[in-house]
Design a protein around this ligand. Structure first.
Ligand code: SAH
Ligand code: TMP
Ligand code: ZN
Length: 404
């Protein structure tokens, strides 16, 4: 039986995906000793936090060989430039503002803050991506953020006006230590804001491939306001973001610093109306997942028989869940095209599909391509106009399998 990592209550199991390898664990050569863990999605009926039952040690996922580089997407680069503008606006009336970003990766956001000569620190434990951030002139502490790191930052730099993080809070298993550290590091009138894939989008769209080792938590306004409350803080605002298939940005302040906004109240009532606070609302999730996987496998088998060639696009961490759960391997997908240099010529975790460069994909011109990076669909369809003009077709699978 699994216990809630926030409140200790017994968890309800939503679904089990069976054994999984590390989602970003692309391998150089095929071997059968890959590390596997049980991927189990659970719900806490007490504090409403959706979370993994079993977790993987952070050092196994975030180290000096981390494969996710934020700046590979132009759309995300623009998104984070906007986020930086919001932060700069927020601190514009402060004398010598201090901004801390948790999980700054290659500096995609913080470089805009550094460019304004605003005092900033990025906390980034994955050394290879931390190096990319440093090359952009960002101050980086190469550690996992927790209560100890917060104490060290206060000692060396003082307290922060803004603490932020994108697609990282959901990675941090010890959220209680994270929030205790933030509460200590944040000035009394400071603001915390962070964004992560949004639970309501995941459940409504059945985008089950968002579920993998790095994503220990699947946040909603309901669970975040409960978590903030436990740390003498309060949810002040929420803003939905279109990126990564639907994300939510949460704004948190220390207790007693004003009322919650109307748009956040509206989000919370939508969550309640959908039933994110009740286990009953999650019970058909597995059936929906299984239906998508079955439809996709049937479609791929038919295409494979007809054309004998299917490529993949984007060796995403998400694809690890889809490929391993649906058991789609190199017998169906010939290779996956990806622009991340460190992924090229490696193999997908567990299923061992080779990864090739985008140049290889363009020269090969496969008749069908399965779009794993569906969250970057608009950007990719724009980029692949020529491929589609030549007759190439993309297969997608959310909310249902379709070919376009
Ligand atoms: N903010 C970027 C990166 C997201 S990937 C973006 O949205 O694109 C998550 C990043 O957080 C990784 O680079 C990982 O190394 C880092 N990370 C993971 N755990 C962390 C922790 N406890 N403290 C700080 N950074 C962490
Ligand atoms: P993400 O879904 O976790 O952001 O990962 C996207 C992956 O897709 C990453 O490995 C980079 C790759 N990618 C491409 O190969 N081409 C593209 O145009 C884009 C946007 C992403
Ligand atoms: Zn709980």
């Amino acid at each position: 039986m699994y216990k809630c990592k926030i409140c200790g209550n017994e968890l309800n199991i939503i679904m089990s995906f069976g054994k999984m390898p590390i989602a970003n664990g692309f391998i150089s050569s095929i071997s059968d000793d890959e590390f596997l863990y049980d991927l189990i999605l659970c719900f806490c009926p007490n504090c409403f936090m959706v979370q993994l039952g079993e977790t993987v040690k952070p050092q196994m996922m975030f180290n000096d060989n981390y494969h996710f580089i934020s700046s590979t997407s132009k759309v995300m680069a623009e998104h984070f430039e906007d986020m930086a503008k919001e932060i700069i606006d927020h601190v514009s009336d402060k004398k010598s503002p201090f901004v801390v970003e948790i999980g700054c990766n290659d500096g995609i956001m913080l470089k805009h803050i550094a460019a304004q000569k605003i005092k900033q620190i990025g906390i980034e434990p994955s050394k290879n991506v931390a190096q990319l951030a440093k090359e952009k002139g960002i101050n980086v502490i190469e550690e996992f953020f927790n209560l100890n790191t917060a104490e060290k930052i206060i000692r060396d730099y003082g307290k922060a006006d803004v603490i932020c993080g994108a697609n990282v809070f959901c990675h941090i298993e010890d959220l209680n230590s994270l929030f205790a550290g933030i509460n200590l590091l944040l000035k009394d009138n400071g603001i915390l804001f962070f964004e992560d894939p949004y639970l309501l989008d995941i459940i409504e769209k059945t985008s089950f491939d968002q579920i993998y080792d790095e994503h220990v938590y699947y946040f909603s306004g309901l669970s975040i306001s409960e978590l903030a409350r436990r740390h003498n803080m309060q949810l002040a605002d929420m803003a939905h973001q279109d990126v990564h298939g639907g994300s939510m940005r949460y704004y948190i302040k220390k207790d007693g610093l004003g009322a919650i906004t109307d748009r956040a109240k509206e989000c919370l009532s939508q969550e309640k109306a959908f039933g994110l606070q009740k286990i009953e609302s999650y019970l058909d999730f597995k059936d929906k997942v299984d239906r998508i996987c079955q439809d996709l496998k049937t479609t791929l088998a038919k295409i494979k028989q007809e054309s004998n060639r299917i490529a993949g696009y984007g060796a995403t961490s998400k694809s690890t869940t889809l490929l391993n759960y649906a058991q789609i391997g190199p017998d169906i997908i010939d290779y996956i095209s990806d622009i991340t240099p460190t992924k090229i010529n490696k193999y997908t975790p567990g299923t061992h599909i080779p990864i090739r460069s985008h140049e290889f994909f363009t020269a090969d011109n496969p008749p069908y391509t399965l779009l794993f990076a569906w969250n970057h669909k608009e950007e990719i369809l724009k980029k692949e106009k020529e491929y589609r003009k030549r007759g190439g077709k993309f297969i997608t699978y959310f909310p249902q399998v379709s070919i376009e």
